[in-house]
Design a protein around this ligand. Structure first.
Ligand code: PXP
Length: 239
């Protein structure tokens, strides 16, 4: 059964805009699970622009919630993540000036560092994923790094669909990448920039097991409410 992870970073973005306590990401984590999400994703960024260490610690303590913590390769953040002990980790590239995570990891440049980090999380029994671009080479490298899962960056296909440009090449790339990962026993996830339409397209790829969606869900909830939006996504991914 395909799973939906809801990224609640932007609940913290709204809270931080006022520097007060509302809306509370911990409350949001409980709510999205009650409304049908399979897991909660949070990104503890080095610049703490949304979720902070205190939020991450509190959310990871809630036993009934599967938490997917996105982190960079920064030593201090890795140390903090091992202390917080989420159920899942997704390692992502991070660049201070970016508005959001712009692409997948550079696996060639960072292979030794990634290997060390993945080993640490494996020892701690934390399911670990690498955020990568849809590339056959990166799947082969991910296998060598002995990672449990990969999350395919879907930003490119999402932009093509939004701009009404041809997305077939990119869709095929994601399909081929997912198939190879599956064959090599690496679980496949997808995330970034997804909305109803792109999720509908990608859910046809049977190898994709999990979708992690944030900005669109939180934005659309302003109009429809979280419960209805989560229900719509669940229906899309399970059809
Ligand atoms: N997956 C990963 C690894 C991400 O870094 C992000 C953005 O933080 C998402 C999913 C969610 O992307 P979006 O907010 O565009 O849905």
């Amino acid at each position: 059964m395909k799973r939906l992870g809801v990224n609640i970073d932007h609940v913290a973005t709204v809270r931080n805009a006022r520097g007060e306590k509302h809306p509370d990401p911990t409350y949001a984590a409980n709510q999205v699970i009650m409304m049908g999400a399979d897991s909660v994703t949070i990104h503890l960024r080095e610049d703490r622009r949304h979720i902070n260490y205190h939020d991450a610690k509190k959310i990871c303590k809630i036993k009934k919630i599967f938490v997917n913590l996105e982190i960079s390769m920064n030593d201090k953040i890795v140390k903090n993540a091992l202390k917080i002990k989420p159920n899942y980790i997704c390692i992502v590239p991070e660049n201070r000036k970016e508005i959001t995570t712009e692409g997948g990891l550079n696996l060639i440049k960072n292979k030794d560092k990634l290997k060390r980090i993945i080993n640490k999380f494996k020892k701690a029994n934390i399911r670990t994923s690498l955020f990568i671009n849809p590339s056959i080479r990166d799947i082969k490298l991910s296998k060598k790094l002995n990672v449990d899962c990969v999350e395919i960056h879907t930003g490119k296909i999402s932009n093509l669909v939004k701009l009404k440009k041809s997305y077939i090449l990119e869709l095929n790339r994601i399909k081929e990448t997912s198939k190879l990962a599956n064959k090599l026993d690496i679980e496949v996830h997808a995330g970034h920039g997804l909305d109803y339409k792109t999720t509908q397209l990608l859910t046809k790829i049977k190898e994709i097991q999990e979708f992690n969606i944030g900005h669109f869900i939180i934005g659309e909830s302003i109009f429809l409410g979280l419960k209805k939006v989560i229900k719509k996504f669940k229906k899309i991914i399970r059809n």
